[in-house]
Design a protein around this ligand. Structure first.
Ligand SMILES: [Zn+2]
Length: 278
């Protein structure tokens, strides 16, 4: 998630051509999209998005994510206090205990999004609170055997440092990967998953495409981060899981592989990264 100003044009983009091999949207915020959740899930399914990872950003939205995942077999939950909330002091001991209790539920497959955001938070105090929260969430992921979903905005070196100092859990996902080729190489060496969102379709992001190009097919994920980061050609309009095919097709072009081949990999990677069978 990245709290952006609301989109300028509120008209939902049209449904893209469906994928023939279903893939997961491995990161979205159905509760922040403003519409009916069942409709959003149905629209996604209609174009070949059969699984959604629903991500909480504080204790109430994490609870909601766990509830949604309990109700919908095709929805899995990730729970955390977001770094931008942590910077405001929201990752209290009580909140972290609540997150750990949720992370122990069977439908909750990940702790996240957690990490560091030096773009939104500039004060040393805010950075310290974020880092403490990141370390605490990382420990929860280890104790509960869940994946760790990392939010990293303008904080690449510090995110890598904390992972090195704490020792990563078994499964790590760099959500909305925004690093360069060198960072991608480091993540690949560790066997971490790199998840690409709408920005990989933006004209100016050649560096990001260069990074995506070197990630082996078995470590790639795709996501919307809806309602944020709408892929081209609909940048600035509301994002939703049904727009994943646009990013998948862009990624297939970057990788120089057939869309179906990429989709098979994305489906298998989603199951491996988040340890679900559905
Ligand atoms: Zn997010």
């Amino acid at each position: 998630m990245s709290r952006r100003p609301s989109p300028r044009d509120e008209t939902p983009p049209p449904l893209p051509e469906p994928l023939t091999v279903a893939v997961p949207d491995t990161h979205c915020h159905l509760d922040l999209m403003g519409g009916d959740v069942d409709d959003a899930i149905a629209a996604a399914r209609a174009v070949g998005i059969d699984v959604i990872v629903q991500v909480g950003v504080d204790l109430p939205s994490s609870r909601l994510s766990a509830e949604l995942a309990a109700r919908h077999p095709s929805v899995h939950a990730a729970v955390a206090v977001h770094p931008n909330e942590a910077a405001r002091g929201a990752a209290t001991d009580e909140a972290l205990r609540g997150i750990e209790a949720l992370a122990s539920l069977p439908q909750v497959k990940a702790v996240g999004e957690t990490g560091l955001d030096h773009f939104r938070t500039e004060t040393p105090q805010g950075h310290r609170l974020q880092e403490e929260s990141f370390r605490a969430h990382l420990a929860v992921a280890k104790r509960t055997g869940t994946a760790l979903v990392i939010h990293d905005r303008d904080a690449h070196d510090d995110v890598l440092r904390v992972l090195r100092e704490e020792g990563p859990p078994d499964r790590v996902v760099l959500h909305c990967f925004s690093g360069d080729a060198a960072m991608a190489r480091t993540c690949v060496e560790h066997g971490w998953f790199l998840s690409f969102a709408g920005p990989v379709t933006f004209k100016a992001n050649d560096g990001l495409r260069e990074a995506a190009a070197l990630v082996p097919l078995d470590l790639l994920l795709v996501e919307t981060d809806a309602p944020f980061l709408t892929p081209m050609p609909f940048r600035g309009r509301p994002n939703a899981p049904y727009l994943v095919p646009l990013t998948v097709r862009a990624l297939a072009a970057v990788k120089g592989v057939e869309v179906d081949e990429l989709c098979h990999a994305l489906a298998a990677n989603g199951r491996r990264a988040f340890d679900y069978t559905g």
